[in-house]
Unconditional design. Structure first.
Length: 79
């Protein structure tokens, strides 16, 4: 298992736009490099990507929460 973290301070988003579905849900199977969420910093959206294949076991933050560098966002079980 690994924890996907934020590299930057900003605001966490689970979806690409307010009217779209989240990138992933708990239980989603993900591939290496797949987008899990976004961190917005000064109107720039930075992707949080899966480090390797696996299954999202927990989403640790809610949409719109502020994050700090190194803060854990997702728990992903190795697949």
């Amino acid at each position: 298992m690994y924890k996907a973290t934020s590299q930057l301070p900003g605001v966490f988003y689970r979806r690409p736009a307010p009217d779209q579905e989240p990138f992933v849900e708990e239980g989603s199977v993900v591939q290496d490099g797949q987008t899990l969420g976004l961190v917005e910093v000064m109107k720039t959206f930075n992707e949080v990507r899966a480090e390797r294949p696996g299954r999202v076991s927990r989403i640790l933050l809610a949409e719109g929460e502020e994050v700090e560098p190194g803060q854990e966002l997702f728990e992903v079980e190795d697949g």
